[in-house]
Design a protein around this ligand. Structure first.
Ligand code: S3P
Length: 435
């Protein structure tokens, strides 16, 4: 499918966006190996999380969808998973692959993890190396990409690992394997990354110690099933925030959004660019902080984006590139080399799309300089990447002419209903069948 977007003014509104992808994945995986029942509300019915649900079912866990966003998981305990009938296909989801690899390294049975063309091109040495040091045996393709063949029946031992890249997926894979390891497993992060795994393990009765950048746990601790209320996903809310900031006289409130401080880099970066974003009604939803986010039309200005905020905004750079293009002056992004190994090479995918829409982007190895200007109409590619697709769609709302974003089926991985949500806000967006 393609999106056709014509310039539009977004109307004042109160909206909700779907549940948090990271929290939904973790609820499924941790709920599956917990003792007793885990009841999840606000679950993200996106393709990535549905792939994790199917994976956990193939490992013998009963997972039932009891409402539009309600899921019940009957946990089987740490040692209750059973051998899958075949290869486990995790679709497009790097989070599913890396966290599952940690979980499966500690099982008595062997398994194979695979995915779509994008996932099967993503680097896995980052998890293979520490998991192997713990005693796991994982075979990948020769360039370190999936499929992953994980041997069962091996004894894991706790290690300390200094993470070479700031990655919550790698940290979580090691901590999950650590539940099956003897002794203490610990990691040190080079920069703070999302801590949903640590919070959810804590809510399930696991003692996770955090001391500065070091996170550790003792192996063998059992998890207790619990209630998980999934907040709305700030990464999805970002597209609506962006639309509101760029539109004329818009004032949009997005309710119940996760504002875990390990995720809010995007708000800090946009505010530093002059964005009128405020948080109201801050509260805790279980262990996760949430708030209502209000974004109003703003005149944005460029500048140098603080590299210290990168790991706190890692998924939001495609949207931030669009904000930078709409800002006055130039915006310099640095220290974002990790974007090159996401669902696409997001630096070059966004540079390609924005150049086609008349924006000057100078790419560097680990960043880009985006020159503020006006988007013109044109046709762009998503590069099979949901966040690239949605970011370029938002650019279309303020372009001088019609924008076609090609190949947008992937939007369903994280934000099912994005087109309807945009249309409800007054965005002139049509979803077209690809010719
Ligand atoms: C995620 C961590 C991030 C992020 C991804 C979700 C998670 O990846 O990009 O969308 O749920 O742990 P890295 O940890 O590899 O940066």
């Amino acid at each position: 499918m393609h999106f056709r977007i014509t310039p539009s003014k977004l109307r004042d509104a109160r909206v909700t966006v779907p549940g948090d992808k990271s929290v939904s994945h973790r609820a499924l995986m941790l709920g599956s190996v917990a003792e007793g029942r885990t009841e999840v509300s606000g679950f993200l019915n996106g393709e990535d999380c549905l792939a994790t649900a199917a994976a956990m079912r193939s490992l013998g866990v009963e997972i039932r969808q009891t409402g539009a966003t309600d899921v019940v998981i009957d946990g089987v305990g740490l040692h209750g998973l059973s051998a899958p009938p075949g290869d486990i296909d995790l679709g497009n989801s790097g989070t599913a692959m890396r966290l599952m690899a940690g979980l499966l390294s500690g099982q008595s049975f062997s398994s194979v993890l695979t995915g779509d063309a994008s996932l099967n091109g993503r680097p896995m040495e980052r998890i293979i190396k520490p998991l192997t040091a713990m005693g796991a045996a994982i075979e990948s393709d020769c360039d370190g990409t999936p499929p992953l063949q994980i041997s069962g029946g091996l004894k894991l031992r706790g290690i300390h690992y200094d993470l070479p890249v700031a990655s919550a997926q790698v940290k979580s894979a090691i901590l999950l394997a650590g539940l099956y390891a003897s002794g203490t497993t610990s990691v040190t992060e080079p920069a703070v990354t999302r801590d949903h795994t640590e919070r959810m393990l804590g809510s399930m009765g696991v003692n996770v110690a955090t001391s500065g950048p070091r996170i550790s746990l003792e192996g063998g601790q059992s998890l207790r099933g619990t209630r998980v209320n999934v907040p709305a996903d700030l990464s999805s809310a970002t597209f609506i925030i962006l639309g509101s900031l760029l539109s004329q006289d818009a004032d949009i409130l997005i309710e119940n959004v996760g504002v875990n401080p390990t995720r809010t880099g995007v708000i800090a970066i946009l505010q530093a660019m002059g964005a009128d974003i405020t948080l109201a009604n801050p509260r805790l939803l279980g262990k996760e902080p949430v708030a209502d986010i209000r974004a109003r039309s703003s005149k944005l200005r460029g500048g140098a984006v603080d590299p210290a905020l990168v790991s706190l905004a890692i998924d939001e750079f495609p949207a931030l590139f669009v904000a930078a293009a709409a800002a006055q002056g130039k915006t310099t992004f640095s220290g974002i080399g990790e974007l090159r190994v996401k669902e696409s090479d997001r630096i070059s995918a966004m540079a390609d799309g924005m150049r086609r829409l008349g924006i000057r982007v100078d790419e560097t190895e680990d960043g880009a300089v985006v020159h503020g200007g006006r988007f013109r109409g044109g046709e762009v590619e998503s590069f099979h990447d949901h966040r690239v697709a949605m970011s370029l769609a938002m650019a279309g709302t303020v372009a001088d002419g019609e924008v076609i974003v090609r190949d947008v089926d992937n939007v369903d991985t994280s934000f099912p209903g994005f087109g309807d949500c945009m249309a409800g806000l007054g965005g002139e967006i049509e979803v077209l069948d690809a010719p």
